[in-house]
Design a binder for this molecule. Structure first.
Ligand SMILES: [Zn+2]
Length: 313
């Protein structure tokens, strides 16, 4: 079975200023590592299509969608480079199209995996998504790509149970908000705490499994948590498809957070998710890039993740 790699050059045209860590260079760093690791020959490259607004509006309000579209259109005719959405999130004239490609990759990958064309897929896209709530873009995120794909799988393909696994160093507050009242969507995550966005500790819903971790937590603790908490919950939920919010900013070399994972930890976590997916979901996984700001560590970690997804030794 095939692993696909969805991306699009439009995703590199969204930028938030030269100083900003969520930079187009992130996708280039992933491409460089794909080439130098020689795994590109084992994965099928696919162009990310533009998402339908209807797909995005299954998660986001029409106002949240119009906010991005209208300001990007206004920037295209004005002399301004950026429109600020919050202290660390802004858009440029290309952000609307980039955001449609990012969500479109997740939706197209979902369609192809459910159709049986692919076993799984990785979406090398930006802007990332897991902080974007149904109403509000925030934390470098415009539209919640993983949430849009999960909603698409349920509403359009009729899946009854899916899971979202989030291993970004930050809590996926937007994803939790989207599915807090929908037990068909299990969310399992860990994240550094206390840390941006300072959420994730107040949910009492059994289908939302958040594990706050202190700064400097390393892979041994994370692996134990995955084994003891995530896996029993996922097996009990029996997801028919698994989505991954694949942020790599919990890496030891990533200064955005203060956790201490390494590539081998990402490979191990990916293997555990694969085992659950193969047991309950015909192996179906769609993984979407979230954070990861040390360019070298990001590229190496994505390669480690992809090698497991594609069964490359
Ligand atoms: Zn993050």
């Amino acid at each position: 079975m095939t692993t696909a790699f969805y991306t699009h050059s439009d995703c590199q045209r969204h930028e938030m200023g030269d100083w900003h860590p969520e930079t187009p260079l992130r996708l280039q760093a992933i491409e460089d590592q794909l080439i130098s690791s020689r795994i590109d020959q084992f994965i099928e490259r696919r162009d990310a299509p533009l998402a339908d607004v209807a797909d995005i509006e299954r998660v986001h309000t029409a106002n949240a969608v119009a906010l991005i579209r209208d300001h990007a259109e206004a920037l295209a005719v004005s002399k301004e480079a950026h429109y600020p959405l919050d202290a660390d999130t802004s858009i440029n004239a290309h952000s609307w199209k980039a955001a449609l490609r990012a969500a479109g990759a997740a939706v197209a990958a979902t369609d192809a995996v459910i159709a049986g064309e692919l076993e799984n897929a990785f979406c090398s896209v930006r802007p990332p998504g897991h902080h974007a709530t149904p109403t509000t873009p925030m934390g470098f995120c415009l539209f919640n790509n993983v949430a849009i794909a999960a909603r698409h799988a349920i509403d359009i393909h009729g899946l009854e149970r899916v899971a979202i696994v989030d291993f970004d160093v930050h809590h996926g507050n937007g994803t939790e908000e989207a599915f807090r009242h929908d037990p068909r969507v299990m969310m399992v995550s860990f994240f550094q705490h206390p840390f941006y966005p300072f959420s994730g500790t107040d949910s009492t819903e059994p289908h939302i499994l958040n594990e706050p971790l202190p700064a400097y937590t390393a892979g041994d603790v994370v692996r134990r948590l995955v084994t003891e908490k995530w896996l029993p919950a996922l097996h009990a939920h029996r997801p028919q498809m698994i989505f991954i919010s694949a942020g790599f900013d919990a890496h030891r070399e990533d200064d955005m957070g203060q956790m201490a994972l390494v590539e081998a930890d990402y490979a191990w976590i990916t293997k555990q998710i694969m085992d659950v997916a193969r047991q309950h979901a015909h192996g179906r996984i769609v993984s979407c890039l979230e954070g990861g700001y040390n360019l070298s560590a990001l590229g190496r970690s994505v390669v480690a993740h992809l090698k497991v997804l594609a069964d490359i030794d």
